[in-house]
Design a protein around this ligand. Structure first.
Ligand code: WQD
Length: 337
């Protein structure tokens, strides 16, 4: 075993897929999760996929004293910090809930790592920090725009906190991974996205409509300045995204010098909402019930990644297609019902 990696939010969507890939790469994930936005059965599914039982602590990442008392003996060599609230719309209604949880947890985790002299930190960030880029594809050097939501703002603030801590700490090494649009599920259909209540995101809303849990999908606007009028995004298979986290951690473990870098994780390709719908229908042989509705407040028109830095820095690029992600998403939804 190559070493223990602390995975906060490890029972969540991207966290659980990353635990699978960490195990596949010879690491031992240690999960922290308070299950406020994840399900305990996911831990059994990770075991079913990998054959490994995962040590899990049901504690709140904001509680530094509890982190120290619970984890001091674990001898972790690195941390991947997923735990955060991430519903963009909800964050505008409950900003203090988001500012407290997302920022205080990052401060507590960084303080804990400093306490145990663990220098390797991977942070779950988001392309939301770019807002609507002026130039596409968007690179890591693209200007950071005023966040469209408190959620996006917490990601920007946390990146600054990490940057300042690396500068002061002299030993901390950190990557902020800026996700584009994670979709899909593990090909085993044993783990996948579990949105609480009505899904905000496109693909879970598509699969829930297809399975009959939702009456009809509404396409939020078709009057944008894009080829078919609907918004364009960079949809990345969650398994590709999980593998990028392992690559990022391994790069930090190799690096001797302090570092803080932000890295875009996307496919480098943009697809419109209607293209996603059409692809879903085609690869799953399903007719989807949808209508065109008004634009959604806060949506950017088009954003997709320049992925050259991820290839250069992590020797990583996506391998799975949009078709595969939409097939895996449908297999997962079907397995839930
Ligand atoms: C994608 C497109 C919608 C639902 C969000 C977060 C971002 C990241 C990914 C965490 C948009 C359209 C959606 C629906 C629709 N999360 N849509 N009908 O908004 O690009 O990004 O999730 O890091 O931070 O902001 O993703 O899936 O909500 O929307 O037409 O029922 O699908 O308008 O154009 P988004 P999304």
């Amino acid at each position: 075993m190559k070493g223990k990696i602390l995975v906060t939010g490890g029972a969540g969507y991207i966290g659980s897929h990353t635990c699978v890939e960490l195990i596949n790469a010879g690491y031992e994930p240690i999960i922290i999760d308070n299950f406020s936005n994840s399900e305990k059965f996911v831990l059994d599914k990770i075991k079913q996929i990998t054959g490994n039982e995962i040590t899990t602590y049901n504690i709140d990442c904001c509680n530094l004293e509890l982190l120290i008392n619970s984890l001091l003996a674990e001898k972790i060599i690195g941390c991947i910090h997923f735990a955060a609230y991430k519903a963009v719309g909800e964050s505008s209604k409950l900003p203090l809930k988001y500012y407290h949880n997302n920022i205080a947890s990052t401060v507590a985790i960084l303080s804990f790592l400093e306490k145990i002299s663990c220098p390797n930190f991977v942070f779950s960030s988001s392309c939301t920090v770019y807002g609507q880029p002026d130039i596409l594809p968007v690179t890591e050097k693209s200007p950071i725009k005023l966040a469209e939501s408190p959620y996006g703002r917490t990601k920007q603030v946390c990146e600054d906190i990490i940057h300042d801590t690396v500068k002061a700490n002299k030993t901390l090494k950190a990557f902020a991974l800026r996700y584009f649009n994670p979709i899909g599920a593990h090909p085993s259909a044993l783990i996948g996205e579990l949105p609480l209540g009505t899904p905000n995101n496109l693909v879970p809303y598509i699969t829930q409509t297809a399975i009959g849990k939702r009456e009809q999908l509404t396409v939020f606007g078709n009057d944008y300045d894009t080829p078919d009028g609907t918004c364009i995004r960079d949809y990345i298979h969650v398994v590709d995204l999980a593998k990028a986290h392992v690559k990022a951690m391994e790069e930090l473990l190799r690096t001797k010098e302090p570092i803080f870098d932000c890295i875009n994780l996307g496919t480098g390709k943009g697809n419109s909402v209607l293209e996603v719908i059409e692809t879903f229908e085609r690869v799953n042989d399903i007719k989807l019930n949808y209508k065109i509705g008004p634009r959604r407040e806060g949506d950017v028109e088009k954003v997709y990644a320049d992925t050259s830095y991820a290839l250069n820095k992590l020797n990583w690029k996506t391998e799975l297609s949009l078709e595969a992600a939409l097939q895996d998403a449908w297999k997962w939804e079907s397995s839930l019902n």
